[in-house]
Design a protein around this ligand. Structure first.
Ligand SMILES: C[S@@+](CC[C@H](N)C(=O)[O-])C[C@H]1O[C@@H](n2cnc3c(N)ncnc32)[C@H](O)[C@@H]1O
Length: 248
């Protein structure tokens, strides 16, 4: 593991104080960082209406090995009100969700449904009631009446290999999501320099996609090993990244 892992922030963020809030009311010292900790607590430190978009991939309630809090959907539903709170007035909330448990997504959900993405996985062999599932579902919700930045499409292809990124190789996380897909949706729903929150960062795909498209990001992840992986991926992609500078 590369030496930069020691730069991961551990534990909770300090509480918001006036000193930590910039002119836009955004907590600047957590931006472009992998934050190690429980997103249910960490999100409380983000000011109201300070985030441009949330793109996330929460625990699905499917008991997937290696995914923390995946035995039910409690964590997702507990964080949803804070996701609504931190998003700016007219903004999008984009989330992967289990097709199996889909009806639950619309229960106790303050957001308004907008549209759905299909991530087609030709090589998938996950059992489902109709045989084998060949797609993943990703849903777009809105708060207020946001405008899309660019119109594109709603069906994308998964990466050809499971847990493999073409430019990086094997990603040692049970459910990494393709960067090319996240980058596409970033260009559809955000502008350069917008602030993107992913409260369930996993292997860091959202942070990496943000960095590669000049968006700012905040990412929370509860498992230290995945924070390390995310940092490692960021460092490999951006050898010139000056972490000491980012610390200040
Ligand atoms: C489905 S995975 C996300 C995978 C990610 N999209 C990627 O590309 O690697 C969900 C992640 O949420 C993390 N997680 C679960 N509960 C959490 C919590 N309370 N706070 C922060 N992270 C949590 C899990 O450890 C897991 O890595």
């Amino acid at each position: 593991m590369i030496k930069f892992i020691s730069k991961i922030i551990r534990g909770d963020l300090p509480r918001i104080s006036k000193k930590m809030v910039n002119n836009n009311g955004i907590m600047f010292n957590s931006i472009n960082r992998v934050i190690h900790g429980d997103s249910l607590k960490l999100i409380k430190n983000i000011p109201d209406e300070s985030v441009d978009v949330i793109i996330t991939d929460p625990p699905y309630g499917l008991n997937k090995k290696g995914i923390e809090n995946d035995n039910n959907l409690n964590v997702f539903f507990k964080i949803l009100p804070d996701c609504y709170r931190v998003l700016k007035k007219d903004s999008f909330f984009i989330t992967f969700f289990s097709t199996k448990l889909l009806p639950k997504l619309f229960e106790n959900n303050q957001f308004t449904y907008f549209w759905q993405f299909i991530l087609y996985c030709p090589n998938a062999s996950v059992r489902s009631p109709i045989g084998f599932t060949k797609y993943m579902s990703c849903f777009i919700f809105k708060k207020g009446n946001p405008k899309m930045v660019n119109w594109r499409k709603d069906i994308f292809n998964d990466t050809p290999g499971k847990m493999v990124e073409p430019d990086e190789g094997f990603i040692d996380h049970p459910t990494p999501k393709p960067k090319h897909f996240i980058k596409e949706i970033l260009t559809m729903f955000t502008k350069e320099n917008d602030l993107v929150l992913d409260p369930f960062l996993g292997s860091g795909s959202t942070a990496l996609a943000c960095k590669q498209t000049n968006r700012r990001s905040i990412g929370f992840e509860i498992k230290k090993e995945y924070c390390m992986l995310a940092e490692e991926r960021l460092m490999k992609n951006f050898k010139d990244l000056n972490y000491e500078e980012r610390k200040s």
